[in-house]
Write a protein that binds this ligand. Sequence first.
Ligand SMILES: Cc1ncc(COP(=O)(O)O)c(C=O)c1O
Length: 525
Amino acid sequence: MRGGDTVSSMTVEDQDPTATRGTDGIASRAGAAAAAGSGSGATGATGGAGTAGGAGPTAAGTRSGAPSAAGGRPTGDLERYAGLFAQRTRVMKSSAMRDLMALTERPEVISLAGGLADTTLFPAEDLAKVLSHMAAGDSARALQYAPTEGMAEIRPCLAEVMAAEGTIVDPDDILVTTGGQQVIDLVCKTLVDPGDVIVAEAPTYPGAVPTFSAYEADLVQVEMDDDGMRIDVLEETLDRLEAEGRRPKFIYTIPTFQNPGGVTMSLERRHALVRIAQERQILVLEDNPYGLLRYEGDPLPTLLSLDGGRFVIYAGTLSKILSPGIRVGWALAPAPVRQKMVIGKAGSDLNSSSMSQLFVAYYFRERDWRDYVRHQSAVYQARRDVMLEALERHMPDGTTWTRPKGGLFVWLTLPDYLDTTDLLARALQHNVAFVPGRGAFLDGRGGNSMRINFSGVGEDDIREGISRIGSVIAEQLELYASIAGTARPRGGSTRSGTKDARTPDAPHDSSIVPLRTAGRRRGTA
Ligand SMILES: Cc1ncc(COP(=O)(O)O)c(C=O)c1O
């Protein structure tokens, strides 16, 4: 595989069918904005999956005050406002996950599309007690503004979380944010001008895609394998960009239990990435929501700890180990970058919720947060095992999947003539949902892959959900085989990730570079 095949380099505008180049004015913007507001157009690559309208960040009509019909769909008079939209709305993309939310919220749907911590595991009486103690002890402060950088009592808690993974930081250096998502946003706000390059993994976190596109970044995605981002491909990519006179603003990576890939960057590659960042003086954004949700193996050092905080910016969050509802995340960054991020944050929300921050401080004081992480990990590990078993049982030949040692996701790759966006429509008819892989790319790749989550639903639902997805895939494979006039290939070898299940006459999308998966063979998956 040539290096050039393994990366993509296109501006988000290049990707967006709704973007109209070179023309200004109401008419051209109206088209793009109307499409953006409609969800399905805005998702571009996610195509038919994007139907949630107002649920997505591109519901520009709703945001700008345009009236919307029930369910958040923009109404016909959107054009009235279209001339007011900023240029960037032409290239803004909605998140594949958010688009799916409205569909998957139907109670009859088994959703393997989420990326949710199972908050039913948190004891309601603990929440009630800690909140009442907080109200009794600190009501006025809980109801008041707080410093933009974060409240003094929460920072040691967040430093404690990092120490549990072996990363020692000074609590004073922590910038408290509104979730890890805000860190991604603030880093972009601080560093990215339109057209600037961000390097990310292929596939990358689907929720970062709308942020990168809102800042009009040029996303360059680097192939992964079982050991995370391929450093050889990264180096080729950086060389190529340098030859073009383009220096990436940062490399975005989720090294541990990657979302959506489920893979973890090896120690050797962590060292190599940090060395590259230091030698080439390129910033790295290490996003680490899942590091403490480890079900096997030994913890690996964070990039931040290997780098000492010179070139690595770190994003943490309590969303996956405590609660996404409290919206507490944090960042560490070299001081000059951090100062700009603080100014950027003040412009966004002044400060993160005082109530949430105090809740965390009280919770850490009164309960053992590690206990809860252990409890969740045990539950998620069991669910992961059920999912892996179900995949072995129900996936047709020709499919491969990753075997995560932690985190919340499995990445499933199908024969490359199948399209998971189309498949989702069929899956929803069978009341099961997943995230189509295209949402994790900005270049149209990922069409034959999907992200499936094992933390958000119970074991029986996982079994049933995987069985339904397996049937839908099998149905499509049969259909394909009958159209192509060949019998569907059979045999265990196709599970080995060799992709020899391709139907002979099937179109082959050579731009798709699947993960080389851990779920290759029975027994060793
Ligand atoms: C890799 C990654 N980064 C950031 C986030 C955002 O998390 P939050 O804003 O809830 O902290 C998520 C959530 O799924 C994620 O998976």
